[in-house]
Ligand binder design. Structure first.
Ligand code: CU
Length: 239
């Protein structure tokens, strides 16, 4: 065998080994699991939601939309923040399933959709007008599919972990969303009050990452004790 080829084979073997050692391991049951919960709040005065004029399909989309880029509730809770443990090696099994992603009133619902890698996203069109679903992916194949009114569901299987995948409707410029495909089950997306909870976490020291599409990213260290809830409250703001 040629020496360069041998080198390439050795490199490949090494990278396969590295991938195996860093892979997440799912176990049947987590003994004495704890949880991580908290709230993500806006620091300072939250800006009013940006208004976006609607220039087509007004009978379905309305005249004006509020941008989903930043949704801050009455108590300053920030919706749609992705919360994920970044350094967990072992815990409950990742179970791919089915996630639903709807287009209704010319908005994507949910705006941020997190699921287990290997899941199928059922893309619905509840509007009865033409939308298209255009993803920008790197780990998974990008796709761009028109969804006319007669096509009620498109199934998209997302095989690989990827964070995040941008989704855009080319027909309606304000329509965008984010998909997050995870390689372990310890993630959450904040609700309208900015609250989240991640359960069944094996006791240990973790790094928890908070990501918001316009406010950026921050990391917190968290210690989880057996059968206890570790509270993590975070503030984010525009830089
Ligand atoms: Cu659309």
């Amino acid at each position: 065998m040629h020496r360069a080829m041998l080198g390439a084979v050795a490199l490949l073997a090494a990278s396969v080994l590295a991938a195996q050692t860093s892979a997440y391991e799912g176990v049947d049951a987590v003994a004495d699991g704890g949880s991580i919960s908290g709230e993500v709040k806006y620091q300072g005065d939250a800006p009013a939601p940006a208004k976006v004029p609607v220039t087509k399909d007004n009978e379905v989309c309305g005249k004006e939309k509020e941008s989903p880029d930043l949704i801050v509730g009455a108590d300053k809770g920030i919706a749609n923040v992705v919360v994920r443990i970044t350094n967990i090696q072992k815990g409950k099994k990742l179970t791919p399933g089915t996630a639903t992603f709807d287009q209704k009133g010319c908005e994507y619902n949910p705006h941020v959709l997190a699921f287990a890698a290997g899941s199928t996203v059922n893309i619905l069109n509840s509007d009865g007008i033409l939308h298209n679903v255009h993803t920008t992916s790197t780990a998974n194949p990008s796709f761009n599919q028109a969804q006319p009114k007669f096509k009620k569901t498109i199934e998209a299987k997302i095989e690989k972990p990827e964070f995040p995948i941008k989704v855009q409707c080319d027909a309606h410029g304000w329509m965008h969303a984010w998909w997050v495909s995870e390689d372990h089950p310890y993630y959450a997306v904040t609700d309208a009050k900015g609250a989240f909870k991640i359960a069944d976490v094996p006791p240990g020291d973790y790094e928890v990452e908070f990501w918001h599409e316009t406010l950026g990213k921050q990391t917190q260290k968290v210690s989880v004790k057996a059968k206890e809830d570790a509270k993590v409250n975070v503030q984010m703001t525009k830089k």
